[in-house]
Design a protein around this ligand. Structure first.
Ligand SMILES: Cc1cc2nc3c(=O)[nH]c(=O)nc-3n(C[C@H](O)[C@H](O)[C@H](O)COP(=O)(O)OP(=O)(O)OC[C@H]3O[C@@H](n4cnc5c(N)ncnc54)[C@H](O)[C@@H]3O)c2cc1C
Length: 292
């Protein structure tokens, strides 16, 4: 039986994904599923497994390029309260995987808990941000993670503790389909001190991003000891353009989607930049942006 008939209250057919991504790009999903509980999510995944339906997780769409063509299978968003909660126990905070990273940071700061505040300004959900191990030279989210609760392929809820996790450069070894929640171990400090660090980090981050009215995504990981933006500039690719997609004038490692940009424009721009950087500097850039 089709997914929309099995889960009619939480499933939409042929739902455009563009409104759910930062770039506002992306074709329709065959099924967009927004479960209300872990049990419901588990039932959806079991049905998809049984019927051979591919499942993709959509967070905030800040590190994701959704193709222009229809996307077969199920796209799952975790927006119900069961997936967006925040809970404190002493120096530990547990956050639902579908909650916003900003809400988590604000919660920690209000509670005088330090460790996440320098990530302020990075947008995304908690699950997407942990999967992508977001951060910059001031630190990464993985440094504060104590445990990650996942839903496995077999439909089991499992908690992987810190010593069972590997956090790399904008990646992790979490390969289970769903990050349900994350427990963070933070440092107790005065809220004022944490707030001050957060404000400083905000100003620094905003200065290196595309302008606030532009929709832009980061393209490449920084190679060890270098920045992708510097390599792109050295390769004379500053402000390179394909179709309506253009590298940001403020940071060449961001592709800005001007009105009319397609996913194909972004992919071709990234491929062009990568090829030129390789030709002119010898460095093979590694794409950070997830592409479906
Ligand atoms: C302007 C701008 C500035 C940025 N600055 C930075 C920066 O300074 N540092 C940095 O590291 N990143 C930065 N990013 C990248 C981006 O913010 C992060 O990677 C983001 O946190 C990803 O989270 P998301 O919820 O948007 O995930 P999405 O983009 O929706 O998804 C990313 C990947 O995670 C998977 N995923 C999402 N949710 C879950 C879940 N619950 N369970 C399992 N898998 C899941 C998706 O399937 C996909 O593969 C920036 C992005 C933008 C647009």
């Amino acid at each position: 039986m089709p997914l929309a008939q099995q889960f009619p209250e939480i499933t939409q057919r042929n739902q455009p994904l563009a409104p759910f991504t930062h770039l506002k790009i992306g074709g329709p999903a065959e099924y967009l599923v927004q479960p209300r509980s872990v049990e419901e999510l588990n039932a959806v995944l079991a049905a998809c497994k049984r019927d051979g339906v591919r499942v993709r997780m959509l967070g905030g769409g800040y590190n994701l390029l959704v193709p222009d063509d229809p996307i077969g299978g199920a796209v799952v968003r975790l927006v119900a309260p069961a997936f967006t909660f925040l809970k404190r126990d002493g120096k530990r905070v547990t956050a639902g995987g579908g909650g916003q990273l900003f809400d988590l940071i604000a919660f920690a700061v209000r509670n005088g808990l330090g460790g996440l505040e320098t990530l302020v300004g990075i947008r995304g959900t908690v699950g997407g941000s942990v999967r992508c191990n977001v951060g910059d030279k001031t630190g990464e989210i993985g440094q504060t993670v104590r445990a990650v609760t996942v839903l496995t392929d077999a439909g089991a809820v499992q908690t992987r503790t810190r010593d069972e996790l590997t956090f790399g450069d904008h990646r992790t070894d979490i390969d289970e389909p769903v990050i349900l929640s994350v427990e963070f171990e933070l440092e107790a400090e005065s809220p004022g001190t944490v707030l001050k660090r957060m404000r400083k980090a905000w100003v620094q981050r905003k200065a290196t991003e595309p302008l606030s009215f532009q929709a832009g995504v980061r393209l490449f990981r920084n190679p060890p000891g270098q920045t992708a933006a510097t390599l792109i500039d050295r390769s004379q690719m500053t402000k390179a353009k394909v179709g309506a997609a253009e590298l940001s004038e403020r940071n060449s490692n961001y592709a800005v989607a001007h009105p009319g940009t397609t996913a194909r424009d972004i992919v071709q721009l990234a491929d062009l930049v990568r090829a030129k950087v390789k030709e002119r500097t010898g460095v093979a850039l590694d794409r950070e942006l997830h592409v479906w």
